[in-house]
Design a protein around this ligand. Structure first.
Ligand code: PLP
Ligand code: SF4
Length: 448
């Protein structure tokens, strides 16, 4: 098959994009330069030509998803970098400034660095995260980039060379041994970056050892990817696309469940013929596609965007899975939607689809103690409260247990919330010493 090659652009050559010249003002072009110097920027011709409607720019959702805009940085940060670039600040000094700003953007939310890196015989496995009992996250070394970058990405430090903030691992053997020893693990989630930037050859090297009957407790292989949106050719025209689908078939034939965890933010990403074909080809291998997205102001912060997206996904045979809330990192101030509004958007979208699309759960915060869903608001006596629950918990005993926070229409994250009813702490905070610093298996023993 003819290999399709689309040009990719980044901060070095974005002025060569014809639409940037045609549709953006000099000021908007400069903003790409300034913001794209701090946060990662990469986009390809498929996204530019097929997904973005340039007549709607700068309000087009896929434009906002991939092109840096001024307000994505705090004004003082924007000002500092703008001046530095205009005054041609010496390289070393600029690097220092960028490093400083990036650290202020809170690169490792949810305590991932401190708490979730597991050990094997005393060796830290820096390419793994094991936060929830059943599921191990794996960051393959070859999958630490993406076909294009999302402006809201919380993994952005991995792409801008802030190397001490990186996760990645080469060793399949260590991964296999870790799973062999951890019989409580039923799922592995390949993540990145985007594992689908890898060649099929590399993917095989990582996945095939996991099909060993010795790991029969491993039931599900999940692959988190944005490739269906940014590069659906991965499953259709890439030169190893067919081989990739054969690998999927092999996983399914081994008796394991293969789940493609597809990241879609907007129904416009589902409109091209090639994405439909890619979805069909994946589904024909026996793999399931589950979809997830954060709720982002300026991209998808209305109920219709979600109900339309979910309906289309279901029509194409995908299963809606998560609606997330914007993480406290990077450009959160630009994208975040208050919890209360997020719940209203979710509720309205959920009400307008049939039960088949109500597999979506949210809005959910991936916070340090776990994935916390906003179930709604309620009156308890004369106190107005948020009702919340853990979808996933650092301690498995916390899952599906409703709890309450004081109502606050402005709150955008768990850390903005206060316990209801005059309590000093949330129940999971009282158990703080119980989970911090404990290995998961100790925790499981304690819990059982
Ligand atoms: C979301 C998530 C998982 C998977 O949780 P599920 O509820 O099984 O989808 C695993 N690990 C981490 C760190 C996560 O954030
Ligand atoms: S595809 Fe995922 S990892 Fe890659 S830039 Fe987007 S949000 Fe980040």
């Amino acid at each position: 098959m003819q290999q399709i090659r689309f040009k990719a652009y980044n901060i070095g050559n974005y002025l060569n994009i014809p639409q940037v010249q045609q549709y953006l003002t000099a000021e908007q072009q400069n903003s790409i330069r300034v913001v794209g110097t701090v946060l990662p920027f990469k986009v390809n011709e498929y996204v530019i030509n097929e997904l973005i409607d340039w007549s709607k720019v700068p309000n087009d959702p896929i434009f906002t998803l991939t092109f840096p805009q001024k307000e994505m940085l705090q004004p003082q940060h924007f000002e500092a970098v703008d001046q530095a670039l205009k005054n041609e600040m010496p390289k070393a000094e600029l690097k220092e400034l960028l490093h400083h700003i990036r650290l202020e953007l809170n690169p490792h939310p949810a305590g991932q660095m401190e708490h979730n890196v597991p050990e094997l015989d005393g060796v830290k496995l820096t390419g793994l995260q094991h936060k929830y009992r059943e599921t191990v996250l794996f960051f393959p070394a070859h999958g630490q980039t993406c076909h294009a970058y999302c402006t809201f990405c919380f993994r952005w430090p991995q792409f801008v060379g802030e190397s001490e903030m990186k996760f990645a691992m080469r060793e399949t053997e260590l991964l296999k041994e870790y799973i062999r020893q951890h019989t409580e693990v039923s799922d592995i989630l390949f993540t990145g970056g985007d594992p689908m930037v890898m060649s099929t050859k590399h993917l095989k090297e990582y996945i095939e050892p996991l099909l060993d009957p010795e790991l029969s407790h491993l039931q599900t292989i999940r692959i988190g990817t944005k490739s269906l949106s940014y590069w659906p050719f991965r499953f259709t025209d890439d030169k190893d696309a067919d081989e990739l689908l054969r690998l999927f078939e092999k996983i399914v034939a081994s008796g394991k469940h293969l789940a493609i965890m597809a990241h879609f933010n907007h129904y416009n990403e589902l409109k091209t013929e090639v994405v439909k074909k890619a979805i069909e080809r994946i589904r024909n291998t026996g793999a399931e596609i589950r979809t997830q997205s954060p709720l982002m102001r300026n991209i998808n912060d209305n109920p219709r965007a979600w109900s339309k997206m979910w309906k289309l996904q279901v029509k194409l045979g995908c299963i809606p899975y998560y609606m997330f809330l914007a993480r406290d990192t990077g450009a959160q101030h630009y994208f975040s939607v208050p919890l209360f509004r997020a719940w209203q958007i979710f509720k309205k979208a959920y009400q307008s689809v049939s039960g088949i699309a109500r597999t979506a759960r949210g809005p959910s915060m991936s916070a340090d103690p776990g994935k916390i869903q906003v179930l709604g608001t309620a009156m308890a006596g004369d106190e107005k409260v948020f009702v919340l629950r853990f979808i996933q918990g650092r301690n498995p005993e916390w899952v599906h247990r409703p709890f309450f926070a004081k109502f606050d229409p402005e709150a955008i994250w768990l850390t903005d919330l206060q316990p209801a009813f005059g309590e000093e702490k949330f129940f999971f905070e009282q158990e703080d010493q119980f989970y911090h610093g404990h290995r998961l298996e100790d925790l499981n023993q304690l819990a059982s």
